[in-house]
Write a protein that binds this ligand. Structure first.
Ligand code: GLV
Length: 342
């Protein structure tokens, strides 16, 4: 009898969802959330055939150097800037993400930040909890109207589109900028118009970032871009830290060159730039845009489906549905030990 593939899960998830692996694999889940050193990560990867990991696990050539049996890394996230796809592909290791199942939760949360930043929800709550509410004043805590304003979206993938669709209820004009223009039917459905980046920066009252972090998008919003935005504008980031230059953003918010921001992601998180923490016109959350019970379960299920598929089980046997590096399919023949079990 051949040994069953070993699956390492880097954090507690949903045992009943992982149970679908059990007929085919040995599953070992970490009992608690923690940050692994590169050496600890390398040791764990060296001892499994599949790894279900999250954003805290940064996996590149060094971490997989000794991972002789590793065949698939399933990321519990849609973003995959924590994975070095070139290194994984070169080693014939499949990489997958959790695209799609989190679109709606992330879009909801982008709107929560947008509305919360526009209406100063975080600062007002802090003020109330601090016991400052002695009387209700007509002109206190004035915020910005959202209805009828212009929403700009930078990065119009499926999350950006879900954000755009929600703008109908607010009667907004929707502009977007994306690497490639969307099909006209999708633009129509999202009620969104493609513009160049400078027009997006210039015309948006609310600018939401929903683009992946890549070397090309690092600091896509920096001092120069912030200088092009309206002083009354609100910036929302549900994409990745690093897409925004946080120091430049804090300076713009402090100096009144930007009205407010809602941020779920940060450069160097979980550390948050001290200048942002010091400001009242920024609403902060700890990278939780996809954090609903339903969505986190669905993300776990997608990772499980991808692992099962790579080992030759289920409806997608042999071809994980969220494969990020299809080159490994062709390469499987030259890496006999990597070939999916059928
Ligand atoms: C979360 O940030 C994700 O990429 O899924």
């Amino acid at each position: 009898m051949t040994e069953r593939p070993r699956v390492w899960v880097s954090r507690p998830t949903y045992p009943d969802v992982l149970a679908r692996l059990q007929p085919y694999c040995e599953v070992g889940s970490e009992p608690a959330e923690r940050k692994f050193s590169a050496a600890e990560l390398a040791a764990r990867l060296a001892d499994c055939d599949a790894a279900i990991v999250g954003l805290k696990e940064r996996i590149g050539a060094a971490e997989i150097a000794g991972a002789r049996r590793l065949r698939i890394v399933a990321n519990l996230a849609v973003g995959h800037d924590n994975l070095d796809l070139a290194a994984l592909s070169a080693a014939g290791i499949a990489a997958t993400n959790t695209a799609d199942v989190l679109n709606e939760s992330v879009a909801d949360f982008a709107w929560a930040l947008l509305l919360g930043a526009a209406r100063r929800v975080g600062a007002a709550e802090r003020w109330l909890r601090a016991g400052h509410w002695q009387s209700t004043e007509f002109k206190a805590w004035l915020g910005m109207d959202v209805r009828g304003r212009t929403l700009g979206i930078l990065g119009m993938g499926r999350i950006g589109q879900a954000i755009a669709r929600r703008a109908r209820g607010f009667g907004m004009d929707v502009l977007y900028h994306n690497r490639t223009r969307l099909p006209v039917a999708v633009e129509h459905e999202c009620n969104a118009r493609a513009v160049d980046k400078s027009a997006l920066l210039r015309d948006s009252d609310f600018l939401v970032l929903a683009l992946p972090l890549t070397p090309q998008t690092r600091h896509a919003i920096g001092a120069a871009e912030l200088a092009c935005m309206k002083a009354q504008a609100v910036l929302v980031n549900v994409a990745r830290g690093g897409v925004v230059d946080d120091a430049a953003l804090a300076a713009a918010l402090r100096e009144g060159r930007l009205a407010a921001a809602g941020l779920d992601v940060f450069e160097g998180e979980p550390r948050v730039h001290a200048d942002l923490l010091a400001l009242d016109n920024v609403l902060l959350s700890p990278h939780i845009a996809s954090a609903t019970i339903g969505t986190r379960r669905a993300m776990t299920a997608v990772a499980v489906d991808n692992v099962l598929a790579w080992f030759g089980h289920g409806p997608h046997a042999g071809r994980p549905p969220n494969l990020l590096n299809p080159v490994v399919l062709a390469a499987a023949a030259t890496f006999p030990h990597q070939e999916p079990t059928r």
